[in-house]
Design a binder for this molecule. Structure first.
Ligand SMILES: [Zn+2]
Length: 237
């Protein structure tokens, strides 16, 4: 691979572990207005910026010894990336990745493999790793191991919400189904799901009988997939 094979940005976003990142256009990263305030957040700002805008990055050997520290380049790119993906063009770039499934799907069964988006818990570098947000159940999860070590601030805490404000037609319907705890097909009373109090913890077999009483009056869960005869076979004295 020759020294003129590409830019640092192309090399960096092409790494397997950086698959959540999109490529920030040079014109965006060069625009001083877009970088306002970042000078104080990254040490050796100008040299680091020059390094990531280097169009002849040595992909095989990486940075020269006298270049900025690679970690600084990653941090600065991450902060620029977080700003870029809030722009109309950035959202469009991330939408392509979203619809391609680059960020994965929600692990919750009843979300039916809803596509997810990356987000950070804070906007400050170094505080937490990236999470993924499911717009169906409106919760966050650990991402796939491949990109799990990316800094959450590379995406920021606002990204998914800005994304759906710009593209509301992509918002899914809330989940209809919700998991119901059952024993032998019978729904459990809420009290049965509470941890036992200290007074009840050593009651032995009698505890089991008490817990069985919490099954909701032996009322079977309405489940059209189960034959009604089988539901009625189970009764408590
Ligand atoms: Zn979900």
């Amino acid at each position: 691979m020759s020294k003129a094979d590409g830019s640092w940005i192309n090399w960096f976003v092409g790494l397997h572990s950086n698959g959540f990142l999109c490529r920030v256009p040079y014109e965006f990263a060069r625009d001083k207005f877009n970088l306002t305030g970042l000078e104080t957040m990254v040490t050796n700002f100008q040299d680091t910026l020059d390094a990531i805008l280097n169009s002849e990055f040595d992909m095989q050997n990486g940075f020269d010894a006298d270049d900025s520290h690679p970690e600084m380049a990653e941090q600065l790119y991450g902060l620029i990336h977080a700003r870029y993906i809030l722009t109309r063009r950035g959202i469009s770039d991330m939408c392509l990745k979203y619809q391609r499934g680059d960020f994965g799907v929600c692990p919750r069964t009843y979300c039916n493999e809803q596509l997810v988006l990356p987000l950070g818990l804070t906007d400050r570098i170094g505080e937490s790793h990236v999470k993924v947000y499911c717009s169906r159940c409106q919760d966050i999860y650990q991402p796939s191991a491949r990109c799990a070590l990316l800094d959450g601030a590379m995406f920021g805490s606002s990204f998914p919400h800005m994304f759906f404000m710009q593209l509301p037609h992509l918002l899914p319907e809330p989940p209809i189904e919700k998991y119901t705890p059952r024993i032998y097909g019978f729904k459990l009373h809420d009290l049965a799901l509470l941890p036992p109090s200290p007074d009840e913890s050593d009651l032995g077999d009698s505890t089991s009988k008490e817990q069985l009483k919490h099954l909701e009056q032996a009322q079977p869960v309405q489940d059209d997939n189960r034959p009604s005869k089988r539901r009625c076979n189970f009764a408590f004295d």
